[in-house]
Design a protein around this ligand. Structure first.
Ligand SMILES: [Fe+2]
Length: 417
């Protein structure tokens, strides 16, 4: 009797939901709608934010509308509208238009809403909040290499990170966001995996070796998609626009270095080092964070970035960088007081190497490390309040893996565990 009922139920279900049943055929017209919507950091997030999005080949132009969030259904009635800068990209048999616009003149600490599109094809209204320069606390998330199985195995790390720090104001990547920088499918996976995180929280990204590749002419450089889909600050040197830059957020300076092309081209090496020195020597911010893909101290067997260390560590030491955030070695390790220094000084800088994606390695233990993890997908929540920087390492499960505080007193950093 039970089997008979099951058979009848199955037949009814098939009659209703059979794929050839016309009632079930839904054709969704996605042509011309924007996707890959993302906020980017700017030099001043209290009054500006940079927005990127993409449309297919049927929609060469696009607009952005902006209003103040007032918790009513009428937000669109009193909006400002701007025409985006639009440019095509025809690459490897696929054609899209990439759109960008920098919203400026914003009030600090205010929640706005925006949408992008044109005609009858718009995104949803999306809210975001500008940085408040008077806020005592600044919070950000930090991911190491994403790189592989982005949709299937990295997305849960991003999901847990936003649950853990829902009020993060920036999301920072230390490079290798994808495995093959010129493979659009991998960027599609990353945009899918980040869901709507970057529609509301600006990205601050360093580029890794895997985010670079050969162009059609065989020239090695940043991914063909990077400068199109991002709208990062242009204050780096020629040849490294949007992969090497700096920003200030309240009393924190972030400096992002392109270590891949620094190692690849001699002229870029010299120009970027001069640029880095100029920025660090003129820096008056209380906190300085250096972001780069290749680590000064490697955590993986048979790896050692000796030249990079010899070029950049003297600048870190001379200009009192507080925190160096890195990736590349697919493990987690951090250290400060046992970092090798001349004249038995104690390093002011804390060095962190980490990984968020599923390509994982074993740590090669070294004296400089205070804590390490092998074969663990991690993300980091960082909170800076006045003279304290609190760094938390979480497993993808949400379990706390490591936590330390950098306490600053008279310019001297002390680690509190
Ligand atoms: Fe890498």
């Amino acid at each position: 009797m039970k089997n008979y009922s099951l058979l009848i139920t199955s037949i009814i279900w098939l009659l209703i939901w059979h794929p050839y049943n016309g009632k079930c055929q839904v054709t969704v017209d996605t042509k011309g709608y924007p996707d890959h919507i993302i906020l980017n950091v700017t030099e001043d997030l209290t009054s500006t934010v940079a927005v990127n999005w993409r449309t297919d080949e049927t929609q060469p132009t696009s607009k952005i509308q902006l209003a103040t969030e007032n918790s009513s259904a009428n937000i669109g009635h009193d909006c400002k509208e701007f025409i985006a800068l639009s440019e095509p990209l025809h690459y490897k048999g696929k054609s899209h238009y990439y759109h960008s616009f920098t919203l400026d003149g914003l009030a600090e600490g205010v929640m706005y809403v925006y949408r992008v599109g044109e005609g009858d094809k718009w995104s949803e209204w999306i809210n975001f909040k500008t940085i408040n320069s008077k806020s005592p606390t600044f919070k950000f998330l930090y991911f190491g290499d994403v790189q592989t199985n982005i949709k299937s195995l990295w997305s849960r790390v991003a999901r847990q990170a936003v649950k853990t720090m829902p009020d993060a104001q920036v999301v920072l990547y230390a490079g290798d966001i994808v495995n093959r920088g010129n493979n659009l499918d991998e960027w599609e996976d990353w945009f899918t995996a980040t869901a709507n995180m970057h529609q509301s929280i600006p990205i601050l990204a360093a580029a890794g070796n895997h985010d670079h590749g050969d162009d059609d002419a065989g020239n090695y450089g940043i991914s063909a998609y990077w400068n199109k889909q991002f709208n990062l600050p242009l204050n780096g040197i020629d040849g490294l626009k949007e992969t090497s830059y700096y920003i200030d957020i309240n009393d924190v300076k972030f400096v992002i270095v392109n270590t891949e092309l620094l190692e690849e081209y001699e002229s870029i090496k010299q120009n970027q080092l001069k640029w880095l020195q100029a920025i660090l020597s003129a820096n008056t911010q209380k906190w300085t964070i250096l972001v780069m893909h290749h680590p000064i101290y490697s955590t993986k067997k048979n790896r050692d970035n000796k030249e990079l260390r010899e070029l950049i560590k003297p600048l870190i030491d001379r200009y009192n960088v507080d925190l160096v955030l890195q990736g590349h070695d697919h493990t987690y390790a951090r250290g400060k007081d046992k970092i090798p220094m001349e004249d038995n000084k104690i390093s002011n800088a804390t060095y962190v190497v980490t990984v968020s994606g599923p390509k994982l390695s074993e740590v090669l233990r070294a004296d400089w490390m205070d804590k390490s993890y092998s074969f663990t997908q991690l993300f980091h929540a960082v909170e800076i309040t006045d003279n304290e920087l609190t760094f938390s390492a979480y497993k993808s499960s949400g379990e706390l893996a490591d936590k330390f505080v950098i306490s600053k007193s008279n310019g001297i950093n002390t680690i509190i565990e």
